[in-house]
Design a protein around this ligand. Structure first.
Ligand SMILES: *Cc1c(COP(=O)(O)O)cnc(C)c1O
Length: 398
């Protein structure tokens, strides 16, 4: 099937068929090309492949047939011209920034952001003379105020950790593009291409931690950068020649397998999350629930406008703070205590006592993490069982 035919297919058909190639043995699933290098028939052929005059694989750091199927599938699902897979989400983010930035450039990133992305900007890029500002993008006018002559990247994560803050991709892209040469990058990990399409909303580059919903089974660390052919060519240079953060063909095979059910999984993740968020909102031990699918969510309308479903990450504040968070964690029987998200298993964590335990209370509060904040990454189980588990654990709080 040619590319144009794939483009006309519905998401659920694309996630299964797009990008797949017929191979010489006729294997129905994509084989794992577990090889470091590729053999040439002659010196002349080697020369033609290396000079780019003939298409072909030469060494797996520069491309591998299993990865090509996955990258083509991701491009077609996202509606992007091109894609590069990476060995982690942070590998994708650092490669995209490396391709976009030079010394003296300015990056504006949203204030609510994945912790290691903030660390990458603060410690990875500042020392090379890149200016970094974190801005509250829940009001797009703040972006207009903070834009500078040397702003090269406006970096958005939406919905964002930990309080699911939403940024208006269309409005921010319009403002950023009033300035020539300004790239809008969106970390779309929480939403996936099934729920939110940043390129259609005006962004230039989409980033993923493929570790989460994209693979969906909690057995791979992976990442993706998607965008124009020209930009991805530059990102490929940084992935393949500078950081070397390429995805292994075996992991690529697992993500291809996971992607086949992305739409089914997202429908179930989200319908479970809506039921669980409604339950939590009614509970006496809970002060506040942050979930874009609740009418009480302060950006409910914006979420509805740019996402087709509200996602499956819920954050909530315990009325009795730190201690009650610990009692909840230690009383759960089905929900697993772990960071990460987007797996079949429901994962729960209490940042103040777990992921953010090394930070001071002030540092945590400035990142939006109160002592009683809990993050729930809803899985694919029967929602009633998860609700019962939360109910019995919340019942242990005195
Ligand atoms: C997990 C995550 C990342 C980092 O991805 P890794 O695959 O762990 O490197 C980046 N952004 C968001 C929103 C994430 O949830």
């Amino acid at each position: 099937m040619d590319i144009e035919m794939f483009e006309k297919l519905a998401f659920a058909t694309k996630e299964i068929h797009a990008g797949n190639k017929k191979n010489s043995e006729g294997s129905a699933t994509t084989p794992i090309y577990q090889t470091s290098t590729f053999i040439f028939d002659s010196a002349q052929e080697g020369g033609e492949v290396f000079s780019g005059n003939k298409p072909g694989y030469k060494y797996s750091r520069f491309g591998n047939p299993t990865n090509t199927v996955l990258e083509d599938k991701m491009s077609l699902l996202e509606g992007a011209e091109d894609c590069i897979s990476t060995s982690s989400g942070i590998g994708a983010i650092s490669a995209a920034l490396w391709a976009a930035l030079k010394s003296g450039d300015h990056v504006m990133a949203c204030g609510t952001i994945y912790g290691d992305t903030a660390a990458l900007l603060n410690y990875g890029y500042k020392k090379f003379g890149v200016e970094v500002d974190f801005v509250d993008m829940s009001d797009p006018e703040n972006v207009r105020k903070a834009i500078k002559k040397n702003t090269r990247v406006v970096y958005i994560e939406t919905p964002a950790n930990p309080t699911l803050k939403i940024s208006d991709i269309r409005a921010i892209s319009d403002i950023a593009h009033e300035k020539k040469d300004c790239l809008v990058m969106v970390d779309n990990t929480f939403a996936t291409p099934y729920i939110q399409k940043p390129l259609l909303l005006g962004a230039d580059v989409v980033l993923y931690s493929g570790t989460k919903f994209i693979n969906g089974h909690g057995d791979v660390i992976a990442g993706f950068v998607l965008g124009s052919k020209q930009f991805i060519k530059e990102v490929k240079f940084s992935v393949q020649k500078m950081t070397g953060a390429i995805l292994s063909p075996f992991d690529s095979y697992l993500v291809i397998r996971g992607l086949k059910t992305l739409s089914l999984r997202m429908e179930r993740h989200c319908s479970n999350a809506i039921k669980i968020a409604n339950f939590l909102e009614q509970h006496v031990e809970i002060e506040k629930v942050y979930y874009p699918g609740l009418k009480s969510f302060n950006q409910y309308e914006l979420a509805n406008k740019q996402m087709s479903l509200p996602g499956a990450i819920i954050a909530f504040e315990m009325k009795k703070g730190y201690e009650s968070g610990i009692v909840l964690m230690n009383s759960l029987k089905i929900c697993r205590l772990a960071v990460s998200l987007g797996e079949a298993e429901t994962l729960i964590q209490h940042p103040a006592s777990m992921s953010h335990v090394i930070f001071s209370k002030e540092e945590r509060l400035s990142a939006g993490i109160s002592d009683g904040l809990v993050r729930l990454a809803v899985g694919l189980e029967d929602p009633e069982d998860i609700i019962q588990d939360l109910k019995q654990a919340l019942g242990q709080i005195v």
